[in-house]
Write a protein that binds this ligand. Sequence first.
Ligand code: DX5
Ligand code: ZN
Length: 220
Amino acid sequence: MTHTIHIAPSILAADFTRLGEQVRDAEAGGGTLIHIDVMDGRFVPNISMGPLVVEAVRRVTSLPLDVHLMIIEPDHLLENFARAGATSITVHWETCPDLPRTLQAIKSLGCRAGVAINPPTSANVLFDFIHQVDLINVMTVNPGFGGQAFLPEMLPKIRQLRQMLSGRALDIEVDGGINRDTAPAAVEAGANVLVAGSSVFNSKHSVAEGIEALRRAVGN
Ligand code: DX5
Ligand code: ZN
C-alpha cells in the first residue's frame, strides 16, 4: 500500500531572526506540514518554543502545524497550543500516565492526536492505543536537539508499527536525522511523514532545494 508522503520542515533549525520568511519558504518550496518542537528543559535537556511561536507561525502559513510536545505533564497546556493554532498535537508516551485521556482531550480541542515514542521505547507500548491516534512519531534520535545522527536501529520499529496497523492509513512520522541519505530507508520501512530540520534549513542550499532533495530521494 502506498501512503502520501509529507515533508515536515522542523523550524527548530530555522533562522529565528527571520522565522516568518523561513516558514513561507518552506511552504513555497513544497513542505506540507510545519513541525514545531516544544521543549521544557525537563523531559528533554533543552528549552525551545511555546504557544507564542505557534501563534506567530499560524499567521504566516496556511499549512497544518504539527506541534510536538517534548514536555512533562502536557495536559494542562493542550488548550493553549490548540488555541494558538496547532493542527495536530503530539505528546510523548513517556510523559502520559493516562494516554487515552490525553488523546481524547486533544481531539476534543479539535486537533489531530499524535503520540511519540523515544528510541528506547518499544512499539508494543502502543498496541492498546493505536486505534485512538491519528499520528505516530517514531523518534529517530534522542529528543532535545536538532542535527543529530539518524538511528538506523529504529527501522524495525517503524516496520512493526506499520504491520500493527494492518492496512489502516495512519501517519507514521520519523523525527531526527532525516536527510536524503536516511529518508529512503525510513519510507521503505513504512514512514510517510518526514520531519526534517537541519537538512532543510541550512546555509548550504535554499529551503526549497532541501525539500526537493528529500522528495527526490524518496521518489516522490
Ligand atoms: C528533536 C526534534 C526534531 C528536530 C529534528 O528533538 O524533535 O524535530 O528538529 O532535527 P534534525 O532534522 O536536524 O535532526
Ligand atoms: Zn520533533
